[in-house]
Design a protein around this ligand. Structure first.
Ligand code: PLP
Length: 382
């Protein structure tokens, strides 16, 4: 089957060959169980897990023992949100502030907590897809347990003001103020600066968005004034990951995530430059078609373009482009059941723009994209 250029890196990325080599080594040579304490196979596996923990912690200005390995950002989000539920019930803090544009991996656990007596405020974005820090902070109440705001939206690439929210929470001056969770599945490895803000208590990351394999992620649970967030496990078993995520550690995947994290950090500026060049070329080719481009250009991930062409439906566009590029109409995670994007709807866009939006996303490793040909094909449809 002929392969067209892959423009869906926000859904998943290829594994970096350097990462794949390391993963392979820990699958076929160093295959020990990191929990085995009686032989060198176990020790080698444990060393690699420790090294991955250190590599990831270094990118987030955190301590290695604050990293909990999970199966991906969905699990990390669930652990951050549902894992705090008992603490909320015990302390009487049963209010959550989040946004209407979160991934379902945040919205659904929050929805679930509503069935357990919690109350949630969902802050809406502006028409470009950005929430205002002031609105998030304004929704915080004395009984707010958790504030959860994504760093970069997976459909539009719009960056959210997590730094300003963290500063605002710090200025509340209350050591017991709400926990702050950031779903950084899309921004991790790309916009790590803000994620180093120590008032962000919990950060979810995903391996397969940063050139590591699928099936691995991490939750950073940062100590605040020496105290860990009072998470409770969602599963019970062998006590791994300080009891918060029991189960035999997937050493090859963890090794891969560790190396991918380090590479992303080391190559961050150069990768961003490559992505910005691709975005500029796409926008130049599409300009004559007068598209609607979502997200403020000064506050968007350089590898995501969320775009609508007046009068054109996203489904028809994807069919027309199928032999030219692999694009998507938004989130891969919800595309099994076709429904309109809750993100674009929350932005208050007209329905023809919501149903006309496609997402094109790439990486520094994306080979030349025939933007002019793509633009010509779209132009012929109009
Ligand atoms: N959160 C965001 C913002 C995402 O984009 C995704 C994946 O698309 C997830 C969470 C879920 O990540 P994972 O596939 O690692 O479970």
């Amino acid at each position: 089957m002929a392969r067209v250029p892959y423009l869906d890196c926000a859904a998943t990325t290829q594994v970096d060959p350097r990462v794949a080599e390391l993963v392979m080594r820990f699958m076929v040579e160093e295959f020990g169980n990191a929990g085995s304490r009686t032989h060198t196979y176990g020790a080698a596996a444990q060393r690699e897990v420790n090294s991955a923990r250190e590599r990831i912690a270094a990118t987030l200005a955190a301590s290695p023992e604050e990293i909990i390995f999970t199966s991906g950002a969905t699990e990390s989000d669930n652990l951050a949100i549902l894992g705090l539920a008992e603490a909320g019930l015990e302390s009487g803090r049963r209010h959550i502030v989040t946004t209407a544009i979160e991934h379902k991996a945040v919205l659904e656990p929050v929805e679930h907590l509503k069935t357990r007596g919690f109350d949630a405020t969902l802050v809406c974005p502006d028409r470009l897809g950005h929430v205002a820090a002031g609105e998030v902070l304004g929704a915080v109440r004395p009984d707010t347990l958790l504030v959860s705001v994504m760093h970069a939206n997976n459909e539009t690439g719009a960056l959210q003001p997590v730094d300003a929210i963290a500063e605002g929470l710090a200025n509340l001056g209350d050591g017991d103020g709400p926990y702050f969770h950031v779903d950084a599945a899309q921004s991790y490895g790309k916009e790590t600066g803000e994620l180093r803000n120590t008032r962000i208590d919990l950060i979810s990351i995903s391996g397969h968005k940063v050139f590591a394999p699928k099936g691995v992620g991490a939750l950073l649970a940062r100590r605040r004034r020496g105290r860990r967030p009072p998470l409770r496990p969602l599963m019970h078993g062998g006590g791994q990951e300080r009891g918060l995520r029991p189960g035999t550690l997937p050493v090859p995947l963890i090794a891969g995530l560790g190396l991918a994290a380090e590479l992303a950090e080391a190559e961050r500026a150069e990768r961003a430059r490559a992505c910005r060049r691709i975005r500029a070329a796409a926008l130049e080719a599409f300009a004559p078609l007068a598209p609607v481009v979502h997200a403020d250009p000064s506050r968007v991930l350089p590898n995501i373009l969320s775009i609508a062409f007046p009068g054109l439906d996203a489904e028809a566009l994807m069919v027309a482009l199928k032999d030219m590029a692999a694009v998507s109409n938004g989130s891969a995670c919800t595309s099994e059941r076709y429904s309109l994007s809750h993100v674009l709807e929350a932005m208050g866009l007209p329905s023809e723009i919501v149903s006309g939006t496609v997402r094109m996303s790439w990486s520094h490793a994306t080979p030349a994209v025939p933007w002019e040909r793509i633009a010509d094909a779209i132009g012929l449809m109009a």
